[in-house]
Design a protein around this ligand. Structure first.
Ligand code: MRU
Length: 344
């Protein structure tokens, strides 16, 4: 598996795999400036809720190290935090990780070296925690699966979207290691094709039996009896269990309900937003027209002047979700109670 986010050895840069180039090219980017880091999140060079949190934590550390000695350290740190946080609104992991960094810095006192040490430790801790959390989610996921099962997944919630294992894909990888024979159907995930480019790539690289389908084929494969469970990741879970994930996820959940297929959501507890009462309070990112017009097509497909609407996420209502699987256990409805019981 690829090391998708890391700190450079001299701790002056964050090194990432440019996810926009996968699977054709494995290109590493060495990011040193706030503008490059912000751009990396916005353009999805780094993407996936946990991954952007981890990345932003490293980014803030690297940037903190370069705050001039004469500058107002905490004032600048806060500005940098807001600058990075203003990139993508839906995934709560971004603000969660940045808040953690800021609070550690404040607690470390006023000695600059001490604060930097604390920040350096915290970003590494955030990444190491993610690895352990994904491993635990994977173990819980496996309790939901039997051998020879067909699983449908949407977007990418694999190692590239976290730092190892992934959330929705973690159980699939772990089961595969233990000899389970799963058949995984990946939806392409229009318009940015995270399913086709990243999920299909991650699964096929490891040797998992993988089939790529267009998003509008999900109903067909479900009706053919090929799917026994849907596994998806998420960007923010409200206190009532409503869940935001990549645009199109709720469409899969509606279909799963129709075909009586369990629909599972996987996430670290850092993706739970207990302050957010329901899906109505989740801010949905809207992205550029270009992604729909041109995106991964060789040339513009639709008429130049056609109106585009490009919401990047949607909310799956809690009543369509069979269970929400976290590192602390499997939550089932009513989610108001089960999520409260396991949240940090
Ligand atoms: O726009 P993206 O590619 O960042 O969207 C990612 C998703 O929707 C993932 O399913 C989600 O972040 C979970 S990643 C473990």
């Amino acid at each position: 598996m690829l090391d998708n986010i890391r700190l450079s050895t001299d701790e002056t840069a964050v090194v990432i795999i440019d996810q926009t180039k996968l699977p054709g090219k494995t290109e590493y980017l060495r990011l040193t400036t706030a503008a490059q880091m912000r751009e990396a999140i916005i353009t999805l060079q780094v993407r996936g809720a946990p991954a952007i949190g981890i990345f932003a934590a490293y980014a803030l550390y690297v940037l903190a190290r370069s705050i001039p000695k004469k500058a107002d350290f905490f004032g600048t740190l806060k500005e940098l935090k807001n600058y990075l946080n203003g990139t993508r609104p839906t995934a709560v992991n971004l603000s969660y990780a940045l808040e953690r960094m800021l609070s550690v810095a404040k607690k470390a006192g006023s000695n600059r070296e001490k604060v930097l040490r604390a920040l350096g430790e915290e970003c590494k801790r955030i990444q190491n925690e993610d690895i352990a959390v994904c491993r635990s989610i994977a173990e819980y996921a496996l309790t939901l699966l039997k051998d020879d099962r067909g699983i449908l997944t949407y977007c990418n919630a694999g190692p590239l979207a976290t730092s190892r294992y992934g959330t929705a894909l973690g159980g699939i990888f772990l089961g595969f290691e233990r000899g389970y024979k799963f058949s995984v159907y990946c939806c392409e995930t229009r318009p940015l094709m995270q399913g086709a480019r990243l999920t299909a790539y991650e699964l096929a690289e490891e040797g998992v039996n993988t089939t790529l389908i267009c998003d509008n084929m999900a109903s067909r494969v479900m009706s053919e009896g090929k799917i026994h469970a849907c596994f998806v990741g998420c960007d923010r879970v409200a206190a009532n269990g409503d869940t935001a994930n990549k645009i199109g996820t709720s469409m899969v959940a509606v279909l799963a309900k129709h075909y009586k297929i369990p629909f599972y959501v996987f996430c670290p507890t850092s993706t739970l937003d207990m302050k957010c009462k329901s899906g109505r309070d989740i801010v949905i990112e809207t992205r550029s027209d270009e992604e729909v017009h041109t995106g991964y097509f060789r040339e513009r497909l639709a008429p130049r002047d056609v109106k585009i609407y490009n919401p990047a996420f949607d909310v799956t209502p809690a009543n369509l979700i069979t269970a929400i699987v976290t590192e602390n256990g499997i939550c089932r409805p009513p989610y108001e109670d089960s999520l409260k019981a396991i949240s940090r």
